[in-house]
Design a protein around this ligand. Sequence first.
Ligand code: F6P
Length: 375
Amino acid sequence: MNSVEVTVISKSKVKRIGILTGGGDCPGLNAVIRGVTKPALDYGLKVFGILDGFEGLVDGRMQELFNADVSGILATGGTILGSSNKGDPFHWPEGKDNKIKITDRSAAALKNYEHWELDAVIAIGGDGTMHITHQLSQLGMNVIGVPKTIDNDLEATDQTFGHDSAVYVVSEALDRLHTTASSHHRIMVIEVMGRYAGWIALNGGLAGGADVILIPEIPFEYDAIYEKVLARSRMGKRFSLVCVAEGAKSVDGKMIVKEKDIKRTDPIRLGGIGEFISKKISENTGLESRYTVLGHLQRGGSPTPYDRILSTKFGTNAIQLAIKKQFGRMVALKGSEIKSVKIKDAISRQKLVKPKDQAVLAASAVGVSFGTEKL
Ligand code: F6P
C-alpha cells in the first residue's frame, strides 16, 4: 500500500463495506463486484458480500470477500452473490399461495447492517433496487448505487451495464433467424425483453437488420406491419424479420401481461406479444410466420467487452464514493465520463425511447418500419 492510500483510509474511517446485487441479474455484475472489492482490499477495507440481494440483508446472510473470491470473475455472467427480485424489505411477502401477507422488514435490514458494523452498502441494481436503496438511506443507512439493467431504462445514466450484452444477443439471434427466414420464405418474429422501455428491441433490431421494430413508446398499427411485410414480398424479398419488445402495444391495445406475482418488486411479468403478432401476420397476409421468445438468454452469459469496461469503471468509482463518504449517490455514465448523481434524483424518471431518437431516425432512414405511418 502506498502513502497516498494510507492517508485516504485514515481520513475516511470507512472500514467495512457491504455489497449486494438486487433484482434481475445481467452480464457485468461480477465485474462490478471485482471492481469494488479489489481496490477496497488494497486500501485495507473489509468487504462483505450480502447474499441474494436484499433478502440476505433481511435474513442476515453474508460472507466476507477476499481476493480469491473476486479473482477470475471479470468475464463470468450472473452474480457470485446471488440475486432476487422478491426481497424488498419494505414489501416483504410472508406466507404461501393465496395466503400471502405483505409486511415491512426494513427494521431487520437495518439491524443486520448495524450488527455487521457496516459503514456503507453498495447496492448494484436497476430502478427497483435504487428505490429500495433510497428508502433505506432515509432510515439512516449509508448507501451507494451502481446502475445495472439490460433494459437501459434509468434516466440518470447514459447507459446501464448489461444492456450492450443483451443487444449483442439479440443481434446475433437476428442474424441466425435471417438465414432460416430467407430459406423458408417466412416472417420471423422475435420477442425481446426491456419491460416498459424499447431500448433492447430498438438497438438489437437495428444491429440485427430487423425490417420491423415494435416498441412500447411507439404504439403500432397492425395494417402498417402487414403492409411492410407484403411490400417486401412484392419486391422479391419473400421473408421479413420483426423485432418486438415485450412491452409493445397497438394503438388501441394494451401490453400483454404473462403473470402477476405480488411477491415481486414489480408484480407484472410481460410476455406473449411475439406469438400474438406472429399469428396476426399469418392470418392477415397469408405469409407463413414463426416466433421466437429470446427470454433469459438476453440476461445470461459473458459480458461484452463494453460491459466489462463500464462495470469495472462503475465498481472502482463506487468504492471511491464510499471512501469519500459521498453517500446517497449513484455512479453514472455521462458522455464518456463516470460521474455521480443523487439516488433520489436517479429514481425520479424512467428513460424511455423518444420517437425522434437518433437510432429511431437512422432505422427509419434505412427502411425499418415501426408499425406506424408517422413517427
Ligand atoms: O428488468 C430486467 C428484465 O429482464 C426485464 O427485461 C424483464 O421484463 C424482466 O426482467 C424479467 O424478469 P424475470 O427474470 O423475473 O422473469
